[in-house]
Design a protein around this ligand. Structure first.
Ligand code: FAD
Length: 468
């Protein structure tokens, strides 16, 4: 350890190396559930430095945990064993001028998503990736978790927005895949392998991302319902009417709103008639020539015909839109501040959402009577964050955590869905994944891991167990 520390501090300057004793800011995760004390934190500013760090770690067999904004919800961005090196990518934050004809932009992997959004505004372009953590989450983290977010049903997940990338491999070799074309069938789709690899195969240092023209008009609406089935039908009906304009279809429940009201100050809920569930809809257009308001109002009215809804409001200004979005985006924070929780991030085909919710709710009460359920998420692609709080007056789940996890994951699978929709596996779901994956899938994943990382040094313990 002493020789390793001597060597690494020889080529990293004072502000590029943080000792273990000062590593608090990096060593624990967003939920404050995971993270052992690392050997230290390296904060490189060039691909060359990343390569040198990885070479040294390879030689001294020190494990490396790449870290972006540290907003992982599955314990993937911190060390799960003492003595791992945290590789913070935050200094690799250059943004080049966008290519306005090819509609792409080259960025360092440490660029924070919100900063990229701000920068792209100047060129009337967007990266259509939006999520509650965008003020901290970085491009490298978003790619490595294959993040989804609120616009994924329309524009795809992060893997659909990455054209090229540069990656440093565990032994320090650099793969230059910085191509800026969509069509690139030059063999195995290497860039896709790193999407969702959670830092277990290589460290992403740069990326070329696919852009879309910024919308010139946007409308956001909030509709309240007591019946989840009506909400699902309206969400589907509006797509049948004006699919090309719809850019977000989100939902949340009143139990989530109550948590936000209780724990986050300065919060206002603009809808007059509260109900059990809320549907948040957004329509956008990149042309000024269209009357989006009348198209949207007509379609919404038609979509709601015959369906029971309680109230509806439409936001026309950016300020009003932001107010409605906050109701949805503050759901994870409201839940976090409410105390103990079990987080589940599943997806089912949208037609099975109601069936999932009804069965899961019933089964949860069977496992532990009185647990409180807060379901919210991306109804457009069937991704539900199904979070559970202990019964009123109880501090935890009386050792039933695993029962909930398995029941919910199995139910999602039975309905044709996934037990890990967008947050990834990390360390928190790796045992569950090993239980549910069939042998063939596990074997392929393990072979991929081995072929990139023979010494199992890159983010060990995430995604797949290295050994049987
Ligand atoms: C409030 C809140 C809301 C969220 N909403 C969503 C949502 O709607 N949709 C969604 O998909 N996720 C969501 N998340 C989860 C999280 O924000 C995403 O997973 C995000 O992509 C993580 O980015 P990050 O930069 O914080 O990565 P980190 O948390 O730092 O790391 C995540 C994983 O990526 C790896 N990694 C990071 N950088 C690199 C790199 N340069 N090279 C290789 N590996 C790397 C890490 O090792 C780790 O395994 C939310 C989280 C919070 C806290």
């Amino acid at each position: 350890v002493t020789t390793f520390l001597k060597k690494i501090t020889r080529f990293l300057g004072d502000n590029e190396w943080i000792d273990a004793s000062n590593s608090n800011l990096w060593s624990r995760d967003w939920l404050d559930k995971f993270g052992e004390i690392p050997i230290g934190v390296a904060i490189p500013s060039s691909t060359n430095q990343v390569s040198n760090i990885l070479k040294l770690c390879y030689n001294y067999e020190v494990s490396v945990i790449p870290q972006g904004g540290n907003t992982s919800l599955v314990g993937g961005s911190v060390s799960n064993k003492k003595g791992g090196l945290i590789l913070s990518m935050s200094r690799m934050n250059d943004i080049s001028s966008p290519d306005l004809i090819g509609r792409s932009v080259e960025v360092g992997s440490g660029v924070i998503l919100e900063n990229l959004h701000k920068e792209l505004k100047k060129s009337n372009m967007i990266l259509p990736m939006h999520l509650g953590s965008q003020g901290s989450a970085q491009i490298g983290g978003l790619i490595s978790t294959n993040a989804g977010g609120t616009h994924a049903f329309k524009y795809g997940m992060m893997q659909d927005l990455v054209l090229g990338m540069e990656v440093v491999l565990p032994g320090g070799q650099v793969w230059n895949g910085m191509r800026s074309v969509q069509k690139d069938n030059t063999g195995y789709q290497l860039r896709k392998i790193f999407c969702g690899a959670e830092g277990s195969l290589g460290v992403i240092t740069k990326a070329i991302l696919k852009l879309t023209p910024a919308p010139k008009k946007q409308i956001t609406a909030l509709v309240s319902f007591n019946d989840i089935n009506s909400l699902i039908k309206v969400a589907s009906n509006i797509r049948s009417e004006i699919d090309e304009f719809i850019t977000a279809i989100e939902f949340f429940s009143d139990s989530g709103l109550k948590m936000i009201e209780k724990h986050i100050s300065g919060f206002s809920i603009p809808i007059r008639n509260r109900a059990s569930f809320y549907l948040l809809l957004e329509a956008s257009t990149s042309t000024e020539k269209i009357s989006l308001e009348s198209i949207f109002s007509f379609a919404l009215e038609k979509a709601m015909k015959g369906e029971d809804h309680v109230d509806a409001i439409v936001a026309l200004t950016n300020k009003q839109r932001a107010q409605l979005w906050r109701l949805r985006e503050d759901q994870p924070e409201g839940q976090r501040l409410s105390g103990a929780q079990l987080k589940h991030d599943i997806s089912v085909p949208p037609a099975h959402i109601q069936s999932f919710l009804e069965t899961a709710n019933k089964n949860c009460q069977r496992i532990l009577k009185g647990v409180r359920i807060n379901a919210f998420g991306h109804i457009g692609d069937g991704n539900i964050h199904y979070n559970i709080s202990p019964p009123t007056g109880k501090k935890d789940f009386l050792n039933t955590d695993k029962d909930f996890e398995l029941m919910i994951a199995k139910l999602a699978a039975e309905l044709g869905g996934s037990f890990a929709a967008e947050h990834g596996i990390g360390t928190s779901k790796v045992d569950l994944a090993e239980t549910l994956r069939d042998y063939q899938e596990r074997d392929i994943m393990r072979s991929i891991k081995r072929s990139f990382d023979q010494k199992a040094l890159l983010n060990p313990g995430v995604v797949v167990h290295e050994k049987d």
